[in-house]
Design a protein around this ligand. Structure first.
Ligand code: ATP
Length: 232
């Protein structure tokens, strides 16, 4: 199976400039890979660096050493050292990211928020709207909310809008930061189903899942950042 993400010897330190310039290491020589059709869960105690690693995979953080090779279907690009333009292209076409909280833009409707990644890839508005509607319906977001901006939505509603936005584009790589944290059991089951379907279609997924049941249902492997082990 094609390796979609190849993390090699990644290290990340933070410097606390307003606290005497203290340096501390969060990721220390982390290596692992993720193949097409598998879901790898980042695991470890609180503070072990799961979110830091996830943000590095999306190029929100720049590690000091190491590489994150990402396969975009044509070539592999080291997103840890790529140019901003290359990162933007990877985000448009290759890597989707479902963060824990929705970043809401005032006055943009839920339907438009969900459609946006597909429109950015050049899809027509009819196709994008049909896909967004199908996802919102599947995730039990009531139709009366679709024309509203999600800023006033409940935590679980916002999380489902974010999931719909992350899944609309069929990215070859999908990063999921606690995608079921605010969901009831019915919607959690829908998301688990969507993750399993994405795996079957060949998507490579990396996730943080604090819910053990969800983790055991979706993850093929755990990367334990506490002990730096790779558990099958
Ligand atoms: N931008 C930052 N500046 C300084 N320190 C940071 C920054 N981001 C994270 N850290 C520190 O790095 C360490 C790892 O944080 P991170 O959020 O990656 O852990 P985590 O494993 O995701 O934790 P949790 O399970 O509690 O969410 C923590 O000690 C945190 O304080």
């Amino acid at each position: 199976m094609t390796v979609m993400i190849d993390v090699q010897n990644l290290s990340k330190q933070f410097t606390l400039h307003n606290q005497g310039g203290i340096n501390f290491t969060v990721l220390d020589d982390v290596s692992f890979n993720v193949r097409r059709g598998e879901c790898v869960a980042l695991h470890g105690t609180s503070g072990s660096g799961k979110s830091t690693l996830m943000r590095s995979l999306y190029a929100n953080y720049k590690p000091q050493t190491g590489a994150i090779w990402v396969h975009n279907g044509v070539q592999t690009i080291d997103i840890a050292n790529a140019e901003p333009r290359q990162i933007m292209r990877l985000r448009e076409h290759t890597i989707g990211y479902v963060s824990q909280f929705l970043r809401v833009i005032p006055r943009v409707s839920t339907l438009d928020v969900v459609m946006e990644p597909l429109r950015m890839k050049g899809a027509g508005s009819d196709e994008a709207e049909a896909r967004a509607a199908a996802l919102l319906r599947r995730l039990n977001v009531p139709e009366r909310l679709w024309a509203l901006a999600p800023s006033t939505f409940s935590g679980g509603e916002q999380q489902r809008v974010n999931i719909a936005r992350g899944f609309i584009s069929d990215y070859p790589i999908l990063l999921l930061d606690e995608p079921t944290a605010s969901l009831d059991s019915k919607n959690r089951d829908v998301v688990v189903e969507m993750i399993c379907e994405a795996k079957n279609k060949g998507t490579a997924l990396v996730g943080i899942f604090h819910d053990e049941e969800v983790r055991s249902e979706v993850a093929n492997r755990l990367i334990d950042l506490t002990n730096r082990t790779d558990v099958e």
